[in-house]
Write a protein that binds this ligand. Structure first.
Ligand code: AMP
Length: 128
C-alpha cells in the first residue's frame, strides 16, 4: 500500500540557534529513512510523501534557503542535483521532478535547503 499522504506537515520553525529538524537529523538526534549519504549531503525519505517516491536531498552545511546560497556554494549545489538524479534512478524512476522551495510563500517550511525528488506517479504542471 502506498504511504502517500496529502496531509501537510506542521511548519517547522527555526530555533533561536538557527537549527532546524534537518539539523537534528544530520546529527543523528532523530531518525530518518536514509537512502544516500556522503560527506556533503544526506538523502532520506520525506515523512509525508506527496508521491510514491518522495526523497529529500539536503546539504550537511546548514544553508537556510536557496536565496542565501552564494557563489562559494556552486559546486555543492551541483552536487545536490547530481545526487538527486542518482537517488531517483536508484529508486527506479525514469521520470521525476526536483523541487526547491525557497521562502515561506513558495511553500518552504523547513529552513535548511533541500531538494525534493518526487516521482512514481504522473505529476501535474503547473504546481499549486
Ligand atoms: P518544504 O515545505 O519545501 O520546506 O519541505 C519540507 C519537507 O520536509 C516536507 O515535505 C516535510 O514533509 C518534510 N519533513 C519534515 N520533517 C521531516 C522529518 N522529520 N523527516 C522527513 N521529512 C520531513
Amino acid at each position: 500500500m502506498s504511504s502517500e499522504s496529502s496531509a501537510a506537515p506542521a511548519a517547522s520553525s527555526v530555533s533561536a540557534s538557527g537549527d532546524t529538524i534537518f539539523g537534528r537529523i544530520l546529527r543523528g538526534e532523530i531518525p530518518c529513512d536514509a537512502v544516500y549519504s556522503d560527506e556533503l549531503c544526506l538523502a532520506f525519505r520525506d515523512v509525508a510523501p506527496q508521491a510514491p517516491v518522495h526523497v529529500l536531498v539536503i546539504p550537511r552545511e546548514p544553508i537556510a534557503q536557496l536565496a542565501e546560497a552564494t557563489p562559494e556554494h556552486q559546486a555543492l549545489l551541483g552536487h545536490l542535483l547530481l545526487v538527486a538524479a542518482q537517488v531517483a534512478q536508484q529508486e527506479g524512476l525514469s521520470s521525476w521532478r526536483t523541487v526547491i522551495n525557497s521562502g515561506a510563500e513558495a511553500g518552504q517550511t523547513v529552513f535548511h535547503l533541500h531538494v525534493h525528488v518526487l516521482g512514481g506517479r504522473p505529476l501535474a504542471w503547473p504546481p499549486g
